[in-house]
Design a protein around this ligand. Structure first.
Ligand SMILES: Nc1ncnc2c1ncn2[C@@H]1O[C@H](COP(=O)(O)OP(=O)(O)OP(=O)(O)O)[C@@H](O)[C@H]1O
Ligand SMILES: C[C@H](N)[C@H](N)CCCCCC(=O)O
Ligand SMILES: [Mg+2]
Length: 233
């Protein structure tokens, strides 16, 4: 089983959209794929239950997924460490890992896609962060970033942070902005590819909303290296 931890340069960068695309591509290539959103904050009330919009979007976008899991879902749309405190439901990394291990032993995927919350330095409790989660999972980290102006700083800080914490299996998925100079985008792609291999660039798609519907069928990646990618975790 290949575990892919989907992180990014920050909240709202496109992790759910990238996860949906990845799940759809991998299932279309006949892989058994499962998706996990361990910590959802800002869950959507549905009767007595709370839904994870990230999970619903990925499920709707990749109907061939073998299974999905949300470990903890919180009402407040804020950082996991804060919502855990506010709702008096502590987050224990070891419990999350146990739940995910149990889940993957049951559904036996080829690829387990795990979407973090926010960026890699987001706290999950007083002592641990997303980076510790990724490390404990022994997952390959996929950094979702952008090709727009400003990305060189964000991408390097995120990738270096992972490396400084002993993670070396890292790749990127880059989101294209609505508008940017080709000169800037091309150079950004080149420079970020020197930091970590690029899996794909995803298009800007006007009106896309990861809280509604599913990934459009004509949402097509460029620089798609997924099929030939040599995974090591
Ligand atoms: N390729 C795209 N084209 C157009 N808009 C996009 C694209 N990717 C993301 N967006 C916009 O950004 C929003 C946030 O994207 P997404 O939910 O994937 O971010 P996220 O990193 O998963 O956020 P969170 O930290 O809350 O999980 C989307 O609802 C959409 O409006
Ligand atoms: C609510 C939001 N959409 C995410 N799920 C959580 C983002 C936490 C970000 C924390 C931070 O970097 O300041
Ligand atoms: Mg998300």
């Amino acid at each position: 089983m290949i575990k892919l931890f989907i992180t990014g340069t920050g909240t709202g960068v496109g992790k759910t959209v990238a996860s949906a695309w990845l799940c759809r591509e991998l299932t279309n290539q006949d892989h058994r794929v499962a998706y996990v959103k361990p910590l959802q904050t800002g869950g959507i009330p549905f009767g007595e239950a709370l839904l994870s919009s990230d999970l619903e979007y990925v499920k709707a976008s990749a109907p061939l997924l073998i299974d999905t899991l949300c470990c903890m879902n919180f009402h407040t749309p804020a950082s996991p460490h804060l919502v855990a405190q506010e709702e008096n439901r502590p987050i224990e990394l070891s419990q999350l890992i146990d739940k995910i291990d149990h889940f993957s032993q049951e559904c036996k995927p080829d690829f387990l896609i795990i979407e973090g919350a926010g960026g890699i330095a987001v706290p999950i409790n007083d002592t641990e962060e997303m980076v510790d989660f990724c490390k404990a999972l022994k997952a390959h980290a996929i950094v979702v970033s952008s090709t727009a102006l400003g990305t060189l700083n964000h991408s390097k800080l995120t990738i270096n942070y992972l490396k400084q914490h002993g993670l070396d299996q890292i790749s990127t998925i880059l989101m294209r902005p609505e508008q940017e100079l080709k000169l800037i985008e091309d150079d950004n792609l080149l420079r970020i590819a020197q930091m970590a291999p690029n899996l794909a660039c995803l298009p800007f798609y006007s009106g896309l909303d990861s809280e509604k519907g599913s990934l459009p069928t004509d949402f097509i990646a460029s620089n798609n290296n997924l099929q030939d990618f040599k995974w090591t975790t």
